[in-house]
Design a protein around this ligand. Structure first.
Ligand code: MEV
Length: 313
């Protein structure tokens, strides 16, 4: 018997990095997915196959010994077969660009936890999320949990590290243009970089966090009032705070300039240093914004908010 689950990519609309220190963030999931298929196999092995490679290992290995980006899947499969006399084979299919700040690893952890554990028992979304965050910690210890949460529940939401998430019930019709710098980045190292900034500039970080908090509260009101132009301005403001944290670079700045000149607003999404930027548009400026990125030879695509989240088959 096979068990399948899919989870969406995500965009952090506001509040990346600050969310790690308790500031509220606003996120949404988008219509690009990862699908994980799991099946029991008679041999007591864990085998994982994806476009980035294969991993075949005996169970019960220490997670610290495993040096592979597929480690979260091993963690989940190993936990699932702890008291079972079986092995597991896992296949991953992804439409989400890897290492681009769009939550590919969180979506893997969420779809992986669902597909793997459903082979053995019924499992709630709450428990899937808990397992997904545990699995994500094997590659990114300090995760705020924001990415896995939005990949599980979908839609657009506010998220706070300590109190969890609240869905934003309005279903805004935003179109996001996502442009990929194709500069690889590591979330773990960008989060460490921001920690260094915080330790060296305590007062400034404190001030920025307060400004970000206020900005997020303003945006929550603007979403209710459907004021897309003003939300775009807040994105540009948020980008200035991210610049101060030191997570941008010349190429990202160039891309953001293109986005800001052709749409309502643009900023980095995710940990920065590389990865993606996104521009906020609606039908009126969607094609023009896409064209501007393409004319400058940037890989880009349009995305809509996904209101489904985790899907199991
Ligand atoms: C990464 O997508 C978002 C960060 O805020 C880290 C986190 O929230 O865990 C940079």
């Amino acid at each position: 018997m096979k068990s399948k689950a899919s989870a969406p990519a995500k965009v952090i609309l506001f509040g990346e990095h600050f969310v790690v220190y308790g500031v509220k963030a606003i996120l949404c999931s988008i219509n690009k997915r990862i699908t994980v298929t799991a099946e029991k196999i008679s041999e007591r092995k864990i085998s994982i196959s994806s476009e980035i490679g294969k991993l075949i290992l005996e169970p019960d290995k220490s997670i610290l010994e495993i040096n592979s980006p597929l480690k979260p899947f091993y963690y989940l499969a190993n936990k699932a077969i702890e008291n079972e006399d079986t092995g597991i084979h896992i296949e991953i299919d992804s439409e989400i660009p890897l290492g681009a700040g769009l939550g590919s690893s969180s979506a893997c952890c969420v779809a992986g936890a669902a597909a793997i554990f459903k082979l053995f028992r019924k499992i709630s979304k709450e428990e899937i999320l808990e397992l997904a965050i545990e699995a994500e910690r094997t590659i990114f210890e300090n995760t705020s949990g924001a990415d896995c949460t939005v990949c599980t529940y979908g839609g657009i939401m506010e998220y706070e590290k300590n109190s969890g998430f609240k869905k934003i019930e309005d279903e805004p019709n935003y179109q996001l243009i996502i442009a990929n710098s194709n500069i690889e980045h590591s979330t773990q190292s960008m989060v460490s970089k921001v920690k260094e900034f915080k330790n060296k500039n305590k007062e400034e970080f404190f001030k920025l966090s307060n400004l970000e908090s206020k900005l997020v509260e303003d945006v929550l009101k603007l979403v209710k009032e459907n004021k897309i132009e003003k939300i775009g301005e807040k994105m540009n403001q948020n980008q200035k705070y991210l610049e101060t944290l030191g997570i941008s670079n010349n190429q990202l700045r160039e891309m953001i300039k293109i986005g800001q000149e052709s749409s309502f607003g643009a900023k980095i999404t995710g940990s920065g240093g590389g990865g993606c930027v996104f521009a906020l548009t609606d039908e009126s400026d969607l094609q023009n914004t896409l064209k501007k990125f393409k004319d400058n030879n940037y890989e880009c695509f349009s995305a809509k908010i996904d209101f489904t989240g985790l899907n199991t088959f």
